[in-house]
Design a protein around this ligand. Sequence first.
Ligand SMILES: [Zn+2]
Length: 219
Amino acid sequence: MTFTNVVQSSHRLIATRPAQCCTNCSPDCAEPMPILRSHLLGWRITCPLCGDQLREPDGHEAPSPFHQYRGAALRVETLLDDEAERGIQTWTSPAEIAQLLLMRRIPRPIPSQHELWRFRVLGAIVPDLDDVVATDHESLPTPASPILPLHLRPALLAGVTIVERAGPEMLRMLGGHMMGGNRTRFSDSAENMIARARRSRTSSQMQLIGESDPRDSHN
Ligand SMILES: [Zn+2]
């Protein structure tokens, strides 16, 4: 199976072993079987082949505490597909937003030292996340490997939708939830994304201006 056509920004969202399974396309998920490409795409919550809800790698259902975000999550699933498979981005890279949202944040009031592990930027825009993570003792993955367990994935996808829709100012504002070196790293990445978006907008405007109007030749 090759992922050489997948754009660089999406590489981290591709799992090295099955992260999910579709019981419609692979009825015996629990059995050893050929790995399908769809089992490794860490941004999917539905099967790209048949559209069914994906299940855990062993075929068990993955009921999500974030079911209410399903609509928003499905929208970003498509955006992440477009980016990974076709190199089409919106004003920025949805895959890079996903990575930034998994950076650690410091909530106010500042919690005790032993609780700091569970707060991510994502929790600032998907408020139920902090509590779910605390209750389940779920350890969220890091930006280096941003593939969430299937039942938590709708929260990350919804977070990407919110930032993607709101635009650069929202990205900047999220930096305020961090401190120290982490804040600097977040701001540097965010400003980089915003600058790239501006450059690509300018270059497409220049292209439009540069293209001669066919009516000109008749004047
Ligand atoms: Zn399927």
